[in-house]
Design a protein around this ligand. Sequence first.
Ligand code: NAP
Length: 279
Amino acid sequence: MPLPTTTLPSGISVPVLGQGTWKMGERRDRLAQEVAALRLGIELGMTLVDTAEMYASGGAEEVVREAIAGRRDEVFVVSKVLPSNASRAATIRACEASLKRLGTDRIDLYLLHWRGGVPLRETVDAFETLKASGKIGDWGVSNFDVADMQELMALPKGGGVAANQVLYNLASRGIDFDLAPWQHSRGIPVMAYSPVGEGYLAREGRLQIVAERNGATPAQVALAWTLRGEGVIAIPKASQEKHVRDNRAAADIRLTAQDLAELDAAFPPPRRKQPLAMI
Ligand SMILES: NC(=O)c1ccc[n+]([C@@H]2O[C@H](COP(=O)([O-])OP(=O)(O)OC[C@H]3O[C@@H](n4cnc5c(N)ncnc54)[C@H](OP(=O)(O)O)[C@@H]3O)[C@@H](O)[C@H]2O)c1
């Protein structure tokens, strides 16, 4: 079964399940395994690969370069600029450095990693300049709450935002109250980071019964839950082949109303506004 896709506001279609790379590129002796895991994921259809200049100080982007070598056009590359580099001039320089490490001439989606001290208007100007020159395809943000999104979208070119990448998993589902429906109604996808709770949900006993009923692992249930709605893209990080295969298979799991009710009982949905969680 091909992976379901979702559509960015620009009309580009991306798979709802991609791959993260945080903590990759930190150790030379793990390079081959990390590259192999990403390649396997790409072969299985998880062609959206998320990285950032921050990860291993550029090392993760270099792992991605190895993984996409010879197959660049099959892959949708997402990278991020640090808030400390988000001024008009520094954003351009940071993007060019990322392109070099990634061994490509285009980043498909370029995100502001989180909000810092630089006025958003400057970063948006830089993103639009990069877009006009073809160095990036789309731009977006990360760790933005509703108020940040509203401020962004009130800027002259702020409506060009293509996605907001935020922490979203069963154990951290505050965005279900406001941000997720807010984005959904505007057609701006949520990119769910840490969908396996940085590995914690793979060991979470409260997922066991639903997992057994679906012939799945707890991690797969966590991923299937994240992908249960429209307009969400999950980007689990997996450096072990088994995890990559399990993650791909999780996209085929359809949780039933009973499964969802049991998961809601164990991980209650937010009943009021919660500050946006981030790691
Ligand atoms: N924008 C932001 O501020 C931000 C913040 C955090 C993360 N992110 C992005 O989101 C990606 C994912 O988040 P994350 O890396 O924090 O956490 P995650 O994907 O929730 O969890 C990764 C951990 O879970 C394990 N794992 C993955 N699939 C599994 C499976 N099927 N069964 C059992 N264990 C499994 C991995 O093990 P192995 O590696 O050993 O396979 C790894 O230890 C990051 O890599 C990064 O690209 C963005």
